[in-house]
Design a protein around this ligand. Structure first.
Ligand code: TXA
Ligand code: MG
Length: 343
């Protein structure tokens, strides 16, 4: 299959992408978080193609994307008041809600669960595409299963060339990490995955919020988890990632001491001078954490090279979107981190 590159700037391209979705084909789509691998979420065969193209385990359910918040009602039942309050505040935007699913949604989409994940993305062209297609678009992140998510059309092409009909180029993703997922089906709301909307922001609307243990620690493969995707190895280059905690100077001293051929550093822009002469890549500025979330996956992809066996990674502290960056980096590192002694 030849994968065609399309642009959100061209109306004819949006029309073509919508037609491909309607016909049951796969299209790489931009969103504000990461690129998605989109298909008609109501078409069982189209959804199956997503799992095949990614090499995704069938027990890992998909998010359905809608053009307008009200469309939530077409997909889910027993929607609590707090879901509508979240929608009003954060949609369109990087928030996914898990709610009881309506019976007409195919079982392949939900991986047989009785719940469904729904998101209304911020990217205008994508919402227009959903309107044009006339169906909710099922879209996991547009990467091969186990690889870091994609944040540019070029990255999507690298993983999906020949596997999907088209890629709609909307430029680089602004948020850079996947959406926040909150499960509203339990007695108390539960955070399943941190993302662009922080726990603090959610608590402003929800009052209380449980943090699922998959967010905080490694989950073993036979454990039952609420977000099945969280148990799989994720976001990782083939090298061993090790998070180095502590001041910039102490971390750099540690890295220099332990350096060998085949090591690399993933640090903040401000720290680059400390790593002069070593193979170092800055993924954003410590002073602006949104640049770190936006640059994270591109850096992990860049460092996914045969010759590199160890990646020393610097991780931002604190809440907000930094919390999501910490979560993705910890997963990439298999929760391996080291606190270095101050000099
Ligand atoms: O930002 C995003 O959410 C991106 C863009 C494309 O929208 N999508 C994305 O999809 O990250 P994916 O499939 O890579 O991650 C979705 C996560 C998986 O961990 C999956 O297990 C979980 O959501 N999930 C989906 N449906 C669920 C459900 N009904 N209950 C609990 N978790 C669910
Ligand atoms: Mg993913």
């Amino acid at each position: 299959m030849k994968t065609v590159m399309l642009s959100v700037e061209k109306e004819a391209d949006l029309q073509l992408a919508a037609e491909l979705i309607r016909k049951g084909e796969l299209v790489g789509i931009p969103t504000e978080t990461v690129y998605g691998l989109g298909a008609n979420g109501l078409d069982e065969n189209a959804v199956r193609k997503i799992f095949a193209a990614k090499g995704r385990p069938a027990d890992n359910p998909l998010i359905l994307h809608i053009a307008r918040p009200e469309q939530l009602e077409e997909l889910c039942r027993d929607i609590p008041e707090k879901a509508w309050r979240l929608a009003e505040r954060f949609w369109p935007g990087p928030l996914t809600m898990v709610l009881p699913v309506k019976p007409h949604i195919p079982k392949v989409t939900t991986a047989n669960l009785d719940t469904l994940a729904v998101r209304c993305p911020k990217t205008e062209a994508t919402r227009r595409l959903i309107e044009l297609a006339g169906v909710p678009i099922a879209a996991p992140s547009a990467n091969l299963s186990g690889k870091p998510s994609t944040t540019t059309a070029r990255h999507v092409l690298k993983d999906m060339d020949g596997r999907i009909a088209a890629i709609l180029d909307g430029g680089p993703c602004q948020v850079g990490v996947e959406s926040t997922i909150v499960d509203l089906t339990g007695e108390k709301p539960r955070l399943l995955r941190p993302g662009g909307i922080s726990p603090e922001e959610l608590k402003e609307i929800l009052g209380e919020l449980l943090i699922d243990k998959a967010v905080l620690a490694q989950i073993s493969h036979d454990e039952v988890v609420r977000a099945p995707g969280m148990k799989y190895k994720h976001y990782a280059p083939q090298a061993q990632v090790l998070i180095v905690k502590g001041s910039s100077a102490a971390a750099a001293a540690y890295v220099r001491e332990n350096w060998s051929e085949g090591c690399a550093v993933m640090c903040f822009e401000e720290e680059l001078p400390l790593y002069e002469g070593l193979s170092a890549l800055a993924y954003g500025k410590a002073a602006d954490v949104t640049t770190l979330s936006a640059g994270l996956f591109a850096a992990l992809r860049e460092l996914d090279r045969e010759q590199i066996h160890t990646v020393y990674a610097r991780c931002p502290e604190g809440g907000g979107v930094a919390y999501a960056v910490q979560n993705r980096l910890k997963k990439a590192a298999g929760f391996r981190e080291i606190e270095v002694k101050e000099l």
